[in-house]
Design a protein around this ligand. Structure first.
Ligand SMILES: [Zn+2]
Length: 272
């Protein structure tokens, strides 16, 4: 397994990057209407036209809680899934948690931006965690819209203990969510805030650093115009207010700061 997980502080909160390895998705689908001649040089496709995606969850340790933001893709999907999606462990979420001294059963809350399988697939491996997501996401998992039927693949977890939100909320001190929609109808982004510092967890609103340009959306997005509007608003505020931002599907586990470049935005890596 790789080096020790990156750990840093946001005010009084301790944040650790918890990797669940990587998987692969079709590059054309990941970059939507962006032509391959634009995306392939920065994110090269494999011989099946797939791009490699990391899954970097964040463990946030605060007063009385150990909350995981996203849960990874999990394992034991069976069939040809590991091959089709190029799922590669280790590390797994469980490995990465143990590497920062946390047993998987000690995770108290699992925040999911949405319940697609590469974000919620690890829920069965976190037996003590309460899922925290928008109510509409659990509805979508139980009766997936036709457009996202494959993405809402599900496996059993403690659905009855979920904390279901109806819009913006602060379910734990220092962890706040904003419903953005766009990628899915009820996608939410997550803010980690303490002592005037802010870290924004984009989920699939901005899945990788390559998706920072607002028009670089995914074919998987249910409502691309809503994605573009929410991205512009949040990137603008991140640049203006000096927030750190985290990209779940990147390979680089470090957060970044957003800077304005003319009418566009760029990401500068660093560590709080
Ligand atoms: Zn995803």
């Amino acid at each position: 397994m790789a080096s020790a997980p990156l750990t840093y502080r946001v005010g009084d909160l301790e944040v650790s990057v918890i990797s669940d390895g990587e998987f692969r998705l079709d590059g054309g689908a990941m970059y939507g209407m962006v032509p391959k001649v634009r995306w392939d040089p920065v994110d090269p496709a494999d011989d099946r036209n797939r791009v490699r995606l990391g899954m970097n969850c964040l463990l946030v340790r605060g007063p009385g809680y150990a909350a995981l933001l996203e849960t990874g893709i999990g394992r034991d999907w069976g069939g040809d899934w590991d091959d089709r999606y190029g799922i590669l462990h280790p590390p797994s979420v469980e490995d990465s948690l143990r590497a920062v001294g946390v047993a998987p059963a000690e995770v108290t809350h699992a925040f999911c931006t949405h319940l697609h399988f590469d974000h919620a697939g690890g829920l069965p491996h976190l037996p003590g965690a309460r899922l925290v997501t928008q109510r509409g996401e659990l509805d979508a998992l139980r009766a997936p819209p036709a457009y996202h039927k494959a993405s809402y693949a599900r496996r059993p977890f403690a659905e009855d203990r979920a904390l279901l939100l109806d819009g913006d909320a602060e379910p734990l001190p220092g962890i706040r969510v904003r419903r953005t929609g766009g990628h899915t109808r009820d996608h939410q982004v997550i803010f980690v805030e303490s002592k005037g510092e802010t870290l924004l967890f984009f989920g699939d609103l901005v899945p990788t650093v390559h998706h920072v340009p607002p028009l670089w959306t995914m074919a998987y997005d249910l409502s691309p115009m809503d994605v573009i509007d929410a991205k512009k608003d949040l990137l603008d505020r991140a640049a203006g207010e000096g927030w750190w931002v985290h990209f779940y599907h990147d390979h680089d586990p470090r957060p970044a700061r957003i800077v304005r470049e003319g009418k566009l935005f760029a990401a500068r890596r660093g560590t709080p």
